[in-house]
Design a protein around this ligand. Structure first.
Ligand code: ADP
Ligand code: MG
Length: 623
């Protein structure tokens, strides 16, 4: 065409991918057509959307179609669309690098499997590059809507690609596949029709072969619920979500009344990589009377449901609705409320199958929990949907309803412990007394937990209480619990009281108080927060985020039944005014206090002094 052909190399990952694609399983090759049709359909949607803002772009009409042409003599299959098209920069950035989700996921799976071939390439849909499964040369001629010049991209899928100026009257893209010798079956009309019906029937614009339209060309959400098969849902979900897994839940309904809309929503099976991306976009597209208007308008869904994928199609919004108009739009607000209620009901229904629900919870629970405090209307419902690890079920998932049903006689609160590391949390000394009495404690270790728990008063009338805060009140709970091997508080109290008094003196301003503990069984000491202070873990988190400039003083609890404390009590009794021994016991108090800080994950105020004391104690033979 022109002498100004520019030669480009593929990005290294693309070359790797192409090598795999070229040798991929024979039986999976047919998915190339699904991928190219999916791109053509996306290109038409994009133009339809942009044309609502700039009419000039729609020059030549908006009767969108995807055309297939099979030329048996030339051995070529052509896929043409009248969508948005590409300019030179688009060609280079989109058809020479890996930026797309599906492809990236495939490469990741490949790296993880550490094999050259992960087998099911068709499952991933490697996008445009799948053309090289069936073709040994691919030509793309394209003109971007609104642009004067056209471009031709060409590659053999091995040695890079060329880009040259080209001639093309119409906007849109034409992809010519020079089929490999063993892929000539894709010139056969029946074969093409079968593939389109199987994989691309959900595409809303007509896919034509000559005069015939091969697909139904009606968007699936406009059809009756009973008219869409599970297989069609799967294909549509993969197309719309650019995903390669299967929907875990499918919700398809039509709302009529004050406002009218259709919704077709999916919950993915696997966690999406952008779940905690800073913009946290959701994945539900907004259509207005079958026309695509916005990729993921803010306000269509609450943020905590951002794992949803699919389509909402409104009858009430104007077609040319702008981004600004969508903000605080009353129609959108009503849709959001309707969609939220519907999705929560579906989750409640699916939660009855605990094993299946666990899959969902492990993927998206962390996001859903944000709804407990973000959604003023539905927070309690979301709390009911939440699942937790607990001391009784450290590897399972416990609902608050289960927890409450198992509460011990005399137990008034829902006890929890919060921390960063689930393994460390489960080993905290604060749990010992609770475990011993069989009182279940929720183990919270997601960052979001501190937020909802700080803002949630109660569940089913039961308050939440951190085991690191206030008195443990364990006496009231399960009072019949094995008292035999417990040190009798009346007997130890006066001796322990003397030691406590000595500890208070030795630690001075470092602690708020020293007292005997109910929550310890195996450990000698622990630190707790006073009832009026905030939870230890929350305080540490706020300090890390510089939202808190101080730290509250802690209460040191000691376990009178612990051998170490017992021997300290005995030493104190024997000391009887021996000031040297009293000084050594003061040192012991400081050692134990620092030890409690270490267990808590806090920094020591004076690590050097701690080291010195510990060495001294070792030298003394533990007093
Ligand atoms: P994905 O569809 O997941 O984005 P693909 O590899 O299938 O990944 O396509 C890469 C990109 O190439 C698309 O995102 C799009 O920008 C561009 N593209 C591919 N085919 C077309 C087409 N027919 N018209 C316009 N752009 C296209
Ligand atoms: Mg694609």
């Amino acid at each position: 065409m022109s002498q100004t052909a520019e030669t480009h190399e593929f990005q290294a990952e693309v070359s790797r991918l192409l090598e795999i694609v070229a040798h991929s399983l024979y039986s999976e090759r047919k998915v190339f057509l699904r991928e190219l049709i999916s791109n053509a359909s996306d290109a038409c949607d994009k133009l339809r959307f942009l044309a609502t803002q700039d009419e000039k772009l729609a020059e030549g009409g908006t009767d969108f179609a995807i055309e297939l042409k099979a030329d048996k003599d030339a051995g070529t299959l052509t896929i043409a669309d009248n969508g948005i098209g590409m300019d030179r920069d688009d060609l280079i950035s989109h058809l020479g690098t890996i930026a797309r989700s599906g492809t990236a996921a495939f490469m990741k799976a490949l790296d993880e499997s550490k094999r050259k071939d992960v087998g099911a390439i068709g499952q991933f849909g490697v996008g445009f590059y799948s053309a090289f499964m069936v073709a040994d040369k691919v030509g793309v001629t394209t003109r971007k809507a609104g642009a004067a010049e056209a471009w031709h991209w060409e590659s053999d899928g091995k040695s890079g690609y060329t880009v040259v100026p080209a001639a093309r009257d119409a906007r849109g893209t034409e992809i010519v596949l020079h089929l490999k010798d063993d892929a000539k079956e894709f010139l056969d009309a029946d074969t093409l029709e079968d593939i389109v019906k199987r994989y691309s029937d959900h595409i809303a614009i007509p896919i034509k072969l000559g005069e015939r339209t091969l697909n139904r060309a009606s968007a699936p959400w406009t059809r009756a619920k009973s008219d869409v098969t599970a297989e069609q849902h799967k294909e549509f979900y993969r197309h719309i979500a650019h995903a390669f897994d299967e929907p875990w839940a499918t919700m398809h309904w039509r709302a009529e009344g004050k406002i009218e809309y259709s919704a077709l929503l999916y919950v993915p099976e696997t966690r999406t990589s952008d779940l905690f991306h800073p913009d946290r976009k959701h994945g539900v597209k907004l259509y207005v009377r079958r026309v695509f208007v916005n990729e993921a308008p803010e306000g269509l869904l609450p943020r905590y449901l951002r794992f949803l994928r699919g389509v909402v199609d409104s009858e009430d919004l104007p077609l040319n609705v702008s981004r600004e108009m969508l903000q605080n739009n009353p129609v959108l607000t009503l849709i959001r409320q309707g969609v939220t209620t519907r999705v929560l009901s579906e989750l409640e229904k699916k939660a009855k199958d605990a094993a299946d629900y666990a899959k969902f919870w492990e993927s998206f629970g962390e996001a859903l929990k944000e709804g407990i405090f973000e959604d003023k209307d539905n927070g309690t419902r979301v709390l009911g949907l939440a699942r937790f690890r607990s001391t009784l079920h450290p590897d399972g998932w416990v609902s608050l309803a289960d927890y409450v049903a198992r509460m011990k006689p005399g137990q008034e609160a829902i006890h929890y412990i919060a921390g960063d590391d689930p393994k460390l949390v489960a080993k905290s000394p604060h749990l010992e007394g609770f475990m011993k009495r069989g009182v279940e404690v929720l183990l919270l270790s997601d960052p979001v937990d501190e937020f909802w728990i700080a803002q949630t008063d109660a569940f089913d009338g039961k308050k939440f209480k951190s085991v690191t805060r206030g008195g443990a009140d364990l006496d009231k709970i399960a009072p019949e619990a094995d008292k035999k091997d417990e040190a009798k508080p009346e007997e130890t109290s006066s001796d322990a009281a003397a030691l406590i008094a000595l500890f208070r003196l030795a630690l001075g301003e470092q602690v708020k108080d020293v007292r005997a503990s109910q929550r310890l069984a195996e450990s000698a000491v622990c630190l707790v927060a006073d009832d009026s202070d905030i939870d230890i873990h929350l305080e540490r988190m706020l300090r890390q985020h510089k939202q808190l400039g101080f730290s509250a003083k802690r209460i040191l609890e000691i376990n009178p039944a612990h051998p170490t404390i017992k021997s300290l009590v005995a030493a104190l009794t024997k000391a009887d005014g021996d000031t040297a021994m009293q000084a050594r016991l003061g040192e012991a108090a400081k050692l134990l206090y620092d030890q409690a800080r270490i267990v808590e994950g806090d920094k020591l105020e004076d690590p050097a002094a701690f080291a010195k004391r510990l060495s001294q104690a070792l030298a003394d033979g533990f007093i």
